[in-house]
Design a protein around this ligand. Structure first.
Ligand code: MTE
Length: 312
């Protein structure tokens, strides 16, 4: 992100192709369905919260591409509050207590409310959403998230007519997190209201059929699959509806590198590297990056008439 060049993944972090193939074969043969199959394959539970299994039906909005290995998804992370190396979050994020936890939904809404995380989980049926995720650094993954549409939460609080944007602020506790001013803590992100209401935009509370590991943003994080990964704020505590476009952590840190929209756009290079290709974690070859990360059919209409080179 800010300080780095695109990171090359160590050979030890790459899942052999035959492992993918064997898993797909296993999942296909398993009558028990993807969630149960993934759980067996990975020998879960793997962490303190794993007793809570999240049995969820797969969503039609999922991709059928091979999943990125569980280990890579949960050990190769960006969560700068816990350190800037990819391995820091899995080492350090266990310090974060994720119960009790509340999410305040406020600002330009008719019914502002502070949700206890367990009530938030009951707002809508949980679904499995297998999404391609593309990091601005040039790598990508396919992750089986468990979550529900952000729209279900926004509907509860009744956005007012002048609400145009949604701001997300995440947990910051200097006692357990970095005090280095890498970013302007707390980490903030934002979406336009129509982006936030889009059916692909979810609040994720789990992955691979288990509750979200801390390093992936427990207990609740945003997932917006057509935008670069940094839009997906982790460990959210405040959601605020606003009339003005909110500031975002990466835009404040390096405005020439990270714009508000941050749609995956292979035609717009990062000032320090091309975005034309990406490396799927677990593969050696590079593959072309697709506009809107392959979700153009569903989301391009949101940006009709906009110059996406200017609004990068
Ligand atoms: N959220 C917070 N609070 N802090 C962060 O540093 N990093 C972002 C995003 N959300 C980040 C965050 C970036 S740069 C990426 S690529 C994704 O989280 C990574 O999510 P993952 O580790 O689950 O793959």
């Amino acid at each position: 992100m800010l300080i780095r060049k695109p990171t090359d993944v160590l050979p030890s972090e790459i899942t052999p192709r035959e492992l993918f193939a064997r898993r797909r074969e296993f999942l296909t043969r398993s009558g028990a369905g993807l969630i149960a199959g993934a759980a067996l394959w990975h020998g879960l539970p793997r962490h303190a919260g794993a007793a809570t299994r999240l049995q969820t039906p797969p969503s039609a909005l999922s991709t059928t591409e091979p999943l990125t290995d569980y280990k890579a998804v949960t050990t190769y992370n960006n969560f700068y509050e816990f350190g800037t190396d990819k391995g820091d979050p899995v080492r350090n994020a266990a310090r974060m207590a994720v119960r009790p936890w509340t999410v305040s939904v406020e600002g330009l809404v008719g019914k502002p409310r502070r949700f206890d995380i367990d009530d938030l989980l009951k707002l809508a049926p949980l679904e499995e959403r297998i999404y391609r995720m593309r990091c601005v650094e040039g790598w990508s993954m396919v992750i089986p998230w468990v979550g529900f549409p952000l729209a279900a939460l926004l509907k509860e609080v009744e956005p007012l007519g002048n609400a145009k944007y949604v701001e997300f602020l995440t947990h910051y506790d200097p006692e357990i997190m970095s005090r280095r001013p890498v970013l302007d803590w707390p980490y903030g992100e934002g979406l336009r209201l129509d982006e936030a209401l889009h059916p692909l935009t979810i609040l994720a509370v789990g992955l691979y059929g288990e509750v979200l590991p801390n390093q992936n943003g427990a207990p609740v994080r945003l997932v917006v699959p057509w935008k670069y990964g940094f839009k997906s704020a982790k460990s959210i505590v405040t959601i605020r509806l606003t009339e003005k476009q909110p500031e975002t952590a990466w835009n404040k840190a390096a405005p020439q590198e990270y714009g508000f929209y941050s749609n995956v756009n292979p035609a717009v290079s990062h000032p320090r590297w091309s975005q034309a290709t990406e490396r799927r974690i677990g593969e050696l070859r590079k593959r072309p990056t697709l506009p809107f990360n392959g979700y153009a059919d569903q989301v391009a209409g949101l940006y009709q008439g906009m110059d996406l080179k200017k609004f990068y």
